[in-house]
Design a protein around this ligand. Structure first.
Ligand SMILES: [Ca+2]
Length: 219
């Protein structure tokens, strides 16, 4: 075998093993996501496991609720992660807070949010719905919900990229999703907000949190 073919064979073997690593690579939550880079993991943080004790009184489409009332089970087939989601955030300043611990400081975090909508077509953007990380507002592409079913049904959930190359600090990182408007969508809503299934963070850091699984005790 001449040198060229030796090199070619080695290159093919390296490429094949890299592909195998990528295929098996690093999703702690067990989903097969080929977009997760080698050395990183995708972590899923369910909205229904957030500490809801400070949510206070919020509005829905037909009446309101408080705290864990914002959690609802998926009664249909809306591609919901973990079977539950958070709605009722149709009140100005309604805030969903994720507290996530990182084992180190990184600049490589990709944050995805999994969203849906009910009742009307609308768009969320940084001008009506704020997302902050450790107090700093994240800039994100507007999310447009189209062909939304009437009240009582909703769009299937879908992943949207919230931000890439995000910096996480070592220790606690606080992500807040904040309804920031007073534009009613209809019914008893007093503000515009998405329905939130979960957020997903892909990073080379190791992330942990304290999911409040007892939120689902009443279901
Ligand atoms: Ca969920």
């Amino acid at each position: 075998m001449n040198r060229f073919f030796k090199f070619l064979t080695a290159a093919v073997l390296v490429a094949a093993s890299a592909a195998t690593l990528a295929a098996c690579g690093g999703n702690g939550e067990g989903t097969d996501n080929p977009s997760v880079p080698a050395g990183s993991k995708e972590y899923v943080f369910e909205a229904e496991y957030v500490d809801c004790s400070n949510i206070g009184n919020v509005d829905g489409w037909s009446g309101g609720g408080s705290n864990t009332d914002v959690i609802a089970p998926d009664m249909g087939d809306h591609d919901t992660s973990n079977g539950f989601y958070v709605t009722y955030l149709y009140t100005n300043n309604a805030t969903l807070e994720f507290k996530i611990n990182s084992d180190k400081a990184v600049n490589d975090a990709k944050i995805v949010w999994r969203l849906s909508a009910e009742g009307a077509d609308y768009t969320i953007s940084t001008s009506n719905y704020k997302v902050t990380l450790n107090g700093t507002e994240l800039q994100y592409a507007p999310v447009q919900f189209k062909n939304v079913p009437g009240v009582g049904d909703m769009l299937p959930f879908k992943d949207y990229v919230l931000a890439t190359n995000v910096s996480l600090v070592e220790g606690e990182n606080v992500i807040r999703l904040i309804t920031s408007n007073t534009t009613s969508l209809g019914g008893t809503t007093t503000a515009t907000a998405p329905i939130i299934d979960c957020i997903k963070i892909t990073t080379s850091a190791t992330l942990t949190w304290n999911p409040v699984e007892s939120n689902l005790d009443n279901f």
